[in-house]
Design a binder for this molecule. Structure first.
Ligand SMILES: Nc1nc2c(ncn2[C@@H]2O[C@H](COP(=O)(O)OP(=O)(O)OP(=O)(O)O)[C@@H](O)[C@H]2O)c(=O)[nH]1
Length: 350
């Protein structure tokens, strides 16, 4: 399905895990705060087993936050899961099923689902633990004697735990979904934006062309091809790094000259292409003239250096029924002629 090597996969898993934990940190902090609160509450109502359990939970969350800080995500995940399962089991055992402490085990479901590093065995064990606490707790609900606490306190625990566990689960799920979306956005950005210039890539141009529909076009679409003149000399005289900065400057100029509906892309090394939907030939020519003027006026000013920078451009319209490749070839041919004729000009590929 894809050509990722084992090393690539390891890297992807590592990056995805780090990104996931970045999103999930607020949940760990909230869980830590809840357990500090519970510790105080159990001390007040004097339930030794429960306050000792909560003291251990508080320490587990401190260790977990430290593990996240040190990027020990596997360790952080295990700490959270063990804490939640153990706490839910002990609290259900001591305070009874109606205390609703068992509901917290569902909060580890997103951690199991997004535990990229976890082996199937570990996932299976954690899922089994969730079932043991919920199903086992339910079946044993009237068979194990629980500590006697007033009905009011029992109700308070039941209601507060149902509320908190549901809110935590919803929040953890929302954060997991947000993480998923942000990973997709990063992927989309890497696939469709050139890393040096931040302009669109070829892939985005072709995608936009597909969206505009095959060969039949009622509304004109224009394209402008832009090629920096004598760019090799810039690299040779000022170094490759300076060449990169020039590419970025030219890209900035192009991006500022086009409209938001246009697709400004880096087409090749020092060649750019702007796709302009809903644009007449004359409008595209004017934009090309503006780009040419701004490149020579602005793009050559780099730090203390002032380079003489020009470009050759070609404008074409995708005729009704014409394939993009044919219009591109026409523009390419005219661009070549523009280079022969002395560069620094806009050529019309009518
Ligand atoms: N710095 C830098 N240089 C690049 C990059 N991509 C391509 N180049 C260089 O761009 C240069 C293009 O050179 P040519 O195709 O000969 O074009 P030119 O020197 O601009 O000449 P004309 O187009 O005829 O005016 C080559 O030297 C490439 O090495 C890049 O990402 N960064």
């Amino acid at each position: 399905m894809n050509s990722l090597t084992a090393d690539d996969r390891t890297q992807v898993t590592r990056e995805a895990t780090a990104e996931y934990w970045k999103h999930i940190i607020p949940i760990v902090q909230i869980a830590f705060a809840i357990h500090v609160l519970l510790l105080g509450l159990f001390l007040i109502v004097d339930l030794p087993v429960m306050w000792v359990t909560n003291a251990a939970s508080v320490m587990a969350y401190i260790a977990c936050l430290m593990a996240i800080k040190r990027r020990l995500y596997r360790c952080a995940g295990m700490l959270i899961c063990i804490e939640i399962i153990a706490h839910a089991a002990i609290a259900t055992w001591r305070l009874g099923w109606d205390s609703n402490f068992h509901l917290y085990v569902f909060c580890i479901v997103p951690i199991i689902a997004f535990g990229f590093h976890s082996s199937p065995v570990r996932r299976g064990c954690l899922s089994a633990a969730v079932l043991i606490v919920t199903v086992g707790g339910y079946l044993m609900r009237n068979k194990v004697p629980v500590v006697s606490i007033s009905e009011n306190v029992q109700d308070l625990f039941g209601a507060a735990n149902a509320l908190t566990a549901t809110a935590l689960l919803l929040h953890a799920t929302a954060l997991s979904v947000r993480f998923n979306l942000s990973m997709h956005m990063n992927l989309y950005h890497s696939a469709h934006r050139d890393s040096l210039t931040n302009l669109y890539t070829r892939r985005r141009v072709l995608q936009r062309l597909r969206q505009l529909g095959g060969g039949r076009r009622e509304i004109p679409t224009a394209l402008v091809l832009i090629d920096i003149d004598h760019f090799k000399q810039i690299n040779d005289q000022h170094g490759h790094d300076m060449g990169d900065v020039v590419l970025q400057q030219v890209a900035d100029v192009i991006a500022r000259c086009v409209r938001t509906a246009d697709i400004a892309a880096r087409w090749g090394g020092e060649e750019f292409l702007v796709l302009m939907p809903n644009t007449t030939f004359e409008e595209a020519r004017l934009i090309a003239e503006r780009i040419l003027m701004r490149i020579s006026e602005q793009a050559g000013e780099i730090r203390q250096v002032s380079l003489t920078l020009t470009a050759t451009l070609a404008v074409a319209i995708l005729k009704d029924g014409e394939a993009f490749r044919d219009a591109l070839n026409r523009a390419d041919q005219r661009l070549y002629e523009g280079k022969q004729e002395g560069r620094n000009r806009v050529m019309l590929a009518e």
